[in-house]
Design a protein around this ligand. Structure first.
Ligand code: HEC
Length: 135
């Protein structure tokens, strides 16, 4: 039992190290791009995630169109109807555990909704928002 708890703590630490690392990188970039930048914001992240925009294939969509609003549940891909595993790292330990994967999906998904890449600040804001739901 102790070993299991120890292992879980260890995995947890590894996980937070990855996302913390990535958020720190984004912070440095955001500061370079905007000298007035202080910190990422859950409120701005909420707006980025839930507001609708003219996106891919002329459809008016938000991030929630594919990921839903409850990050502990599976959701349906807006265009293909395929199931998407929950965004919450709490129920889906593979989430936000690999920087390459996070970057790949954020690049792709910002393009789906905003038809452009997200800025460092926007990426940090939206990650703060996703993580805030696990608290
Ligand atoms: C058209 C559908 C769609 C839209 C819109 C969409 N996503 Fe995704 N997103 C996906 C799919 C598919 C995956 C990968 C699914 C998987 O790993 O199971 C994903 C994965 C992710 C991940 C997980 C990356 C990781 O490595 O853990 C994050 C974070 C994410 N999306 C954020 C966003 C944000 C922010 C927006 C809005 C700017 C957004 N998504 C809009 C389909 C979408």
């Amino acid at each position: 039992m102790k070993t299991v708890i120890g292992l879980m703590l260890f995995v947890n630490l590894l996980f937070s190290a990855v996302i913390d690392d990535y958020l720190n990188t984004l912070k440095v970039q955001a500061q370079t791009q905007n000298p007035n930048f202080k910190d990422f914001s859950v409120k701005r992240g909420n707006e980025i995630f839930n507001s609708k925009h003219l996106g891919k294939r002329g459809e008016v969509i938000s991030c929630a169109s594919c990921h839903g609003e409850d990050f502990t549940k599976t959701s349906k891909h807006y265009f293909t109807g395929k199931l998407i595993q929950p965004l919450s790292p709490k129920v889906n330990p593979e989430r936000l555990s690999d920087i390459k994967s996070i970057e790949k999906w954020l690049r792709r998904n910002f393009n789906d909704v905003y038809k452009r890449e997200g800025t460092a600040q926007e990426k940090g804001d939206v990650l703060y928002y996703i993580l805030s739901k696990d608290k």
